[in-house]
Structure formats: structure tokens, C-alpha cells
Write a protein that binds this ligand. Structure first.
Ligand code: BDR
Ligand code: CA
Length: 335
């Protein structure tokens, strides 16, 4: 099994990424670490604890609270993209709380426990990872591979014309991480990777719904706001870079093509703040970036994951079913 930590701003696709780490038998998910990003910090923590409970692993996989704001700039929200990130589902009180240890301390401790073997998948802004790098100069070199969801290889942004959200929220942190001596940094880009290989259109979402499990009901519900936002933004469906990132940490065979670049981050300009710049000429690359994966295999993998029936507490099942039922009632109320 692969020892793994997922550093996350848990909303929508982050939840599905956690399910990959929690349920894939190849993963030994040692911890979830929380960072400021998509939605309010407390809501993100709620979403992470809900997802851990949904996988039947409440109280078993620790959820550590990390940086609740970026290093320098004020936090930027993506609640317009994700809503609350779980489609209004409320976690029943199951007595499970976040771990006491700070996320950055946990990252450093786990890097020592599994030195040279631990993989980290960072699917939010890079604040926690940068703090770990600064606090412990040996941290980066103990990580077997850091997978980052962030940036673009070609200048296309999503939160601004030039910047992808995770890098835009904390570019100073991203700059620290990209300059640190990690053995390997794998970048899951917004463009080209996500936009070409990790978009689920309405037909695919219907196929997930048709799986008919609690997990698939959760997926459809938690994904709805993002799906609607992405369609309105002109995409063919919802985007799933975070779940792809965790799968990439577990399954290298899914990569069909990859490139090596020297990636840097713009931290100075107002127009292009948070933009990633890839130097294709560098003889000293710091990232490896998949540019093509088997997207159909990724989608089929998630469908198979959604078919699993973990030991979800009855109260969590009921919360998901009740919300879905409430929605149907609301939708038909005016008919
Ligand atoms: C990234 O930002 C978040 O909204 C998503 O979870 C993903 O990590 C996409 O830009
Ligand atoms: Ca994310």
C-alpha cells in the first residue's frame, strides 16, 4: 500500500478525491490535512468529516486543521463555483472531531514516519506545504512524490484570465513549494490536463447517478453546483482535477504522455498574479506534468468506486437520502 496524505480545501471534487484515498485498496491514507481555499474553513472541515464518515472511516483517518488563511494575501472564496461543496447535506453529529495536532506538524511527523515513501497530494492552495517546507528544511526531500493540482502549462486561468484558483489563492506559498528540494513534483494542470481529460458531461453524471448507491447519490448531490457553474462558464460539464490527482498518485499507468518543465509563479503583477510560467528550455526542470491521460479509464474508475458499499453509518445515509428527497419535493412544489 502507498502511504498517502491528502491536503485539501474540501468541497465538491475534493470530496471525491478523499473517497479515492479512503476507499482505493492501494492507498494507505494516513491523514487528511485542511487548508484555506474553496469555501469557508469550517464548512470545509464539515465536508471532510462528512466524507470520511461516508467512507465508513470516521475516527480512523485523522483530519488535521491547517492554515485558515494564505501566507500574505487575504483569502479568496470559490463558493460561487461550489456552493457549500456538499449540496446542502448536513453531517449528523457522530462524535468525531478534528485531530488536535496542527496539519503542518502532522505533515512533518508523517514525513519522518514514512521517510522516502510518503506521497502527498495537494489539491488546494499550497499554504500548508509551504509552511512545512519552511519549518523543517528536511521535509521536502523525505517526500517520495508531491502531486499538486494547480496552475496551467499554457497560461490559461480559471479564477482570472491568467491564474488557476489553487495557485492564485496563495502564490507566495506555491513559489516556496516549487523551489523546494522535493524528489518529484507532479503537476495536474487546469489546462491542458483537466480541461481535456477530466470533464464529466451530463451523460456521464447520469451514468454515475445510475450506479444507485449512497456514494453515487452523494456524488451527484455534491457536484451539482459545480456542474451548473461549469456549464454556465462554457465548459462541457463539471471538472474533476482533484480526484484525478489522487488516482495519479496511486496509478501511474493511466498517464499516456508527460512533459518536464521549470515552473515558476508570478507573485508581483496584479494582472497575472498567480499565473504559472513553464520554461520548456530549462535543463533543470522542477515538475513533471502529465499532458494526456486515459480519461475514459479515469471515469470508469470513478464509476466503479461509486459502486462500493462501505460501512456508512445509517445517520449519514439518512442525511444524504433526506436531502435528495427534500430536493425532489422542492422541485415539484410549484408544479
Ligand atoms: C481547483 O480549485 C478548486 O476549486 C478545485 O477543488 C480544484 O482544486 C481548480 O482550479
Ligand atoms: Ca481543491
Amino acid at each position: 500500500m502507498i502511504p498517502l496524505v491528502i491536503d485539501t480545501d474540501t468541497a465538491a471534487d475534493d470530496c471525491f478525491a478523499l473517497l479515492v484515498g479512503l476507499l482505493d485498496p492501494r492507498a494507505d491514507l494516513r491523514a487528511v490535512t485542511m487548508v484555506a481555499g474553496n469555501v469557508g474553513f469550517e464548512q470545509q472541515v464539515h465536508n471532510a468529516l462528512l466524507t470520511v464518515a461516508l467512507a465508513g472511516r470516521g475516527g480512523e483517518v485523522p483530519v488535521h486543521l491547517g492554515a485558515s488563511a494564505p501566507l500574505v494575501q487575504p483569502w479568496v472564496s470559490a463558493a460561487d463555483v461550489h456552493g457549500d461543496g456538499v449540496g446542502g447535506i448536513r453531517r449528523p453529529d457522530d462524535g468525531h472531531a478534528p485531530a488536535v495536532m496542527h496539519a503542518v506538524d502532522a505533515l512533518i511527523a508523517l514525513s519522518k514516519e514514512d521517510a522516502g515513501r510518503l506521497r502527498i497530494v495537494a489539491i488546494g492552495p499550497l499554504t500548508n506545504i509551504a509552511l512545512a517546507v519552511r519549518m523543517d528544511p528536511g521535509f521536502a526531500s523525505r517526500i517520495e512524490r508531491l502531486t499538486i493540482m494547480g496552475g496551467s502549462l499554457n497560461g490559461r486561468g480559471n479564477i482570472t484570465p491568467a491564474a488557476e484558483f489553487n495557485i492564485y489563492v496563495d502564490p507566495e506559498a506555491a513559489a516556496i513549494v516549487l523551489d523546494a528540494p522535493f524528489r518529484e513534483i507532479q503537476v495536474v494542470s487546469w489546462d491542458p490536463l483537466t480541461l481535456n481529460h477530466a470533464v464529466f458531461d451530463a451523460e456521464r453524471i447520469e451514468r454515475i447517478a445510475a450506479v444507485g448507491t449512497t456514494l453515487s447519490a452523494f456524488f451527484v448531490r455534491a457536484n451539482q453546483t459545480t456542474f451548473d457553474f461549469d456549464i454556465a462558464a462554457g465548459l462541457a460539464g463539471s471538472t474533476h482535477p482533484d480526484s484525478l490527482s489522487v488516482l495519479l498518485a496511486l496509478d501511474e499507468d493511466i498517464v499516456e504522455r508527460e512533459e518536464r518543465y521549470r515552473m515558476s509563479v508570478e507573485t508581483g503583477s496584479t494582472l497575472t498574479r498567480g499565473a504559472t510560467v513553464c520554461d520548456w528550455r530549462s535543463e533543470n526542470p522542477n515538475i513533471v506534468a502529465p499532458t494526456r491521460i486515459d480519461g475514459e479509464r479515469f471515469f470508469e474508475y470513478l464509476c466503479a468506486l461509486m459502486a462500493l458499499m462501505p460501512d456508512t453509518p445509517e445517520a449519514v445515509r439518512a442525511a444524504i437520502a433526506a436531502d435528495a428527497a427534500g430536493d425532489v419535493a422542492a422541485d415539484t412544489a410549484g408544479d
